[in-house]
Ligand binder design. Structure first.
Ligand code: RIB
Length: 310
């Protein structure tokens, strides 16, 4: 059972503010921390902490000190980093503001994440060993295409189309390779090029084996063929929603991998189990600060799922 995440890894620089500044406005932060982030690396941490599956991360760091510490943090979590390359220049950085309402703004300076447009032979070998390949869109689209094409015949490709802007300009060619498309509501509208959720579902669901739309406090929606399932959200007192979607995706991927099922056998029940686990993990993550720092353990997720079933 293995999950390989091909994606971004960033040094997150997080300022805590009472409110997000308006354009042209300056606000003073109450604190600032540097911590591990990047949608790909966050998803790798979430998949690994889900337990029960081996996890490898494929991506790139720079030649700066951030690169070493970011890679080291993944190793400390038990993630295989043999597919992490080092490229000349800085590692990716994300400048994040989080306000008292737990909302955030994120500006990513891609650095090393933007350099490679294709996988190396060693990275392709890591991807080929996966049962589930999970990608996002903070790297060049051609790298994501390469990852999808390098997976084994029975391997899943889960695409989390976040951020959605690269998809709008160049991502449509990706869809035929996607088994499960995971998007939030805003991304669903962007990717489908429509202005309401129902129209997005109608446009996207027939183009992939399964569509998962995360809806924040409204839970998530799964569409798989003719089946449609609403997954309720878990109640949570949010302090920081940064990386909550990544936690959902990592846990979702680990649950699919642990099932041992192939993409051809997908059904809504399997996806619902994975989405419930992802939603539980995300509900815990939003109660804590940071992205990777906030990802819960398998035990914490199991306890929440059990409490909620009782
Ligand atoms: O999804 C949250 C992540 O987006 C942050 O960790 C930041 O690095 C950006 O990639």
């Amino acid at each position: 059972m293995s999950v390989v995440i091909v994606g971004s890894i960033n040094q997150d620089i997080v300022a805590r503010v009472s409110r997000i500044p308006a354009p042209g406005e300056t606000v003073l932060a109450s604190s600032m921390v540097r911590t591990g982030g990047g949608k790909g690396a966050n998803q790798a941490v979430a998949a690994r902490r889900a337990g029960g599956v081996s996890v490898a991360f494929v991506g790139a760091v720079g030649t700066d000190s951030d690169g070493e510490s970011l890679r080291g943090a993944l190793v400390a979590d038990g993630i295989d980093v043999s597919g992490v390359s080092q490229v000349d220049g800085p590692s990716g950085i994300a400048l994040i503001s989080v306000d008292d309402a737990a909302e955030n703004t994120i500006v990513v300076v891609p650095g090393a994440n933007a350099v490679a447009t294709a996988l190396t032979p060693a990275q392709r070998a890591v991807v080929a060993s996966a049962q589930v390949v999970l990608t996002q869109l903070e790297n060049p689209i051609s790298l994501v295409q390469d990852a999808a094409a390098s997976r084994g015949a029975q391997a899943w490709h889960l695409l989390n189309a976040a951020p959605s802007a690269p998809f709008v300009t160049a991502g449509a060619a990706l869809l035929p390779s996607v088994d499960v498309l995971i998007v939030n509501e805003h991304e669903a509208l962007d990717v489908a090029g429509v202005d309401n959720l129902e129209a997005a579902v109608v446009a996207l669901a027939p183009r992939v084996r399964a569509l998962v739309v995360t809806l924040g406090r409204r839970g998530s929606l799964i569409v798989c063929g003719d089946e449609r399932v609403d997954i309720p959200a878990f109640a949570a007192e949010a302090v920081d929603t940064t990386g909550a979607g990544d936690t959902f995706c990592g846990m979702f991927a680990a649950t699919l991998s642990a099932s041992g099922r192939a993409p051809e056998s997908v059904d809504a029940a399997l996806l619902a189990d994975a989405a419930r686990a992802g939603a539980a993990a995300a509900a815990i993550a939003v109660t804590r600060a940071g992205a990777q720092d906030a990802v819960p353990s398998a035990t914490e997720v199991a306890e929440l799922l059990e409490r909620t079933h009782a």
